[in-house]
Design a protein around this ligand. Structure first.
Ligand SMILES: *Cc1c(COP(=O)(O)O)cnc(C)c1O
Length: 340
């Protein structure tokens, strides 16, 4: 099976399993797990922030951040295609008690003047706007890496309006590699960042939330409130240390493979713009084929290629550590021989 559904399917490496076995542990709720402390310090240092917090998932990291940045009844601004809005079970509303103001982010970017207009003026009828959420890479837009200039501008506008900025950076290392930008510089303008260890970085479990020391202290309590206080958690934090130390540089291979896939399809006459896919995600508009996305997915699955149909006419391919260049060539062959 060549599994292109998501980079979440990556399994821990042998080195990660060894690290899990040998991890020194303690009760992390009491602040006594040395391995998780090492991971939190390493993550904060890498991201150029004061403190880090290990969380069970990206979703938990994002909701912990929202709870920490806001008060119930406030409003947050985010894109209508962003993960926090679309794929986190509406936790911003049900768990954090927030209303959401959505703006267009179909290309991965929110329009700066639309953000300014979306911030509520003081008025007895209005909720307070307190937070702006951005995403990097932008998943639904096709793994779009959002550059420093934009991140800086958008954060500047938000800060001038009195809002904090949270970055959903589930794949922010993919962005830093694709843009060849230092990760700490890339996230320097924002107040908090969530990133996943369990996607392209291959750890079996977990994400990180980073920000100021004061922010993380309060976030730690909110994570506890969500049931995310863990005990001898060093056993799952240990692979995350390897993710940060050894898995980042190899993301470029995933990007090259995604590019190879998009270019290969284009060379066969498929309507696709390889320049749109700068990281490890490729989207294919299937309306150009006779088959719908779901039909195409089933057909590829019969050929041992797993993909995701994201709606009627959209198919997604995600490259990761367990997909080789040869695998991409196999996928291209199947397209040439069976689909086109
Ligand atoms: C995967 C993802 C998340 C959530 O991570 P989980 O670990 O699946 O909860 C959040 N934001 C983005 C952009 C993602 O791709």
């Amino acid at each position: 099976m060549i599994d292109l559904r998501s980079d979440t399917v990556t399994k821990p490496t042998d080195e990660m399993r060894e690290a899990m076995k040998g991890a020194t542990v303690g009760d992390d709720v009491l602040g006594e797990d040395p391995t998780v402390k090492e991971l939190e310090e390493l993550a904060a240092k890498k991201m150029g922030k004061e403190s880090g917090l290990f969380v069970t998932s990206g979703t938990q990291g994002n909701i912990t951040s929202l709870l920490t940045h806001t008060q119930p009844g406030e409003e947050i601004i985010f894109g209508r295609d962003c993960h926090i809005y679309r794929y986190e079970v509406g936790g911003y509303a049900s768990l954090a008690g927030l209303s959401g103001r959505t703006l267009d982010d179909s290309e991965g970017y929110l329009d700066l003047s639309e953000i300014e207009e979306a911030v509520r003026e003081e008025n007895i009828h209005h909720p307070e706007t307190s937070l702006l959420c951005i995403e990097n890479t932008h998943n639904v837009a096709g793994g779009v890496p959002v550059d420093f200039d934009y991140t800086n501008k958008v954060s500047d506008i938000a800060h001038k309006k009195g809002l904090n900025v949270h970055l959903d950076g589930a794949r922010v290392f993919n962005a830093s590699v694709a843009l060849d930008e230092d990760i700490a510089k890339l996230v320097e303008p924002v107040d908090s960042v969530m990133f996943c260890l369990s996607k392209g970085l291959s750890a079996p479990v977990g994400s990180m939330l980073v920000g100021s020391e004061e922010f993380i202290e309060r976030a730690r309590k909110n994570r506890k409130r969500l049931g995310g206080g863990m005990r001898q958690v060093g056993v799952i934090a240990a692979p995350g240390i390897i993710s940060l130390k050894e898995m980042v540089h190899r993301l470029k291979k995933d990007h090259d493979n995604a590019r190879r896939l998009a270019e290969g399809l284009k060379d066969m006459g498929v309507d696709i713009d390889p320049n749109k896919y700068k990281t490890n995600i490729v989207m294919l508009d299937t309306s150009q084929f006779e088959m719908k996305a779901e039909g195409l997915r089933v057909k590829l699955e019969e050929k041992n290629i797993r993909t995701l149909a994201l709606g009627k006419d959209l198919m997604r391919f995600v490259t990761h550590r367990e997909v080789s260049r040869e695998d991409i060539d196999k996928v291209l062959n199947i397209f040439e021989e069976e689909i086109l």
